[in-house]
Design a protein around this ligand. Structure first.
Ligand code: MN
Length: 233
């Protein structure tokens, strides 16, 4: 019996999917990978040396996504929740040990996301050598736009990426400032995990991250993709 025909002892989980701009069909999400410290200025503001590190990765859960410019509920257990605006890569075909020169062939499209972070809990986890999930992979921690396809906009390697908080610019950089480019991220990541169709990769945030409070409105923008708005409630 295939899993489609199976009966379940508790209600089965429905998969998460994201809208694709201009299409009726949706993009099914398998995993969400995130790159840490991928803009030099942000790496410095977090107290690290951008020249010394290989890319590193953590994960969020597909059901952490907030779609359609939905609200961001202030999470429990934290008093210091930060925004991080990030370009997101949507993987259309998977693989392992994907070579650099073929990496972009695996990209289906791009989106814009917010890697919402319980900075206080992430900080404690760093200090005590514990995992980052408590700081990164909580409910509603990944607001994201619909996906724009490579067919529609080509590949994104430069252009403004920015975030305004209540109308005031807090983050403002360019995709050409990524320490590890999209092909390099895919090559590195596929050497340690098997990438599959449906994976999303949040590519890291520029400098200027900061705290939010209830009532704040976050507006992210990225050239080629457009905007995301999320109100903190
Ligand atoms: Mn991030």
């Amino acid at each position: 019996m295939s899993s489609l025909e199976a009966e379940f002892v508790i209600p089965a989980i429905q998969g998460v999917s994201v809208a694709v701009r201009g299409k009726a069909a949706r993009f099914p999400v398998r995993r969400i990978y995130c790159v840490g410290r991928n803009y030099a200025e942000h790496t410095r503001e977090m107290g690290h040396d951008p020249d010394r590190e290989l890319p590193f990765f953590f994960q969020k859960n597909p059901d952490n996504l907030v779609l359609d410019n939905g609200d961001f509920p202030y999470p429990s257990a934290s008093n210091n929740v930060h925004f991080e605006v990030e370009m997101v890569v949507a993987i259309g075909t998977g693989g392992t040990d994907i070579p650099l020169e073929k990496a972009l062939n695996h990209v289906y499209g791009y989106a814009l996301g917010l890697d919402m972070t319980r900075r206080d809990l992430q900080g404690e986890a760093k200090k005590t050598g514990r995992p980052w999930e408590i700081g990164k992979a909580f409910e509603h921690s990944a607001p994201m736009t619909d996906i724009v396809t490579v067919e529609q906009i080509g590949h994104l390697s430069s252009g403004e990426i920015s975030l305004k908080l209540n109308g005031e610019t807090k983050q403002n950089s360019d995709l050409n400032q990524l320490i590890w480019s999209v092909p390099e991220i895919i090559a590195h990541l596929s050497a340690i995990f098997e990438l599959k169709a449906g994976d999303l990769i949040m590519t890291g945030t520029p400098a200027g991250v900061g705290a939010v409070k209830r009532g704040d409105v976050m507006e992210g923008h990225c050239a080629g993709i457009g905007s995301i708005t999320a109100k903190v409630v």
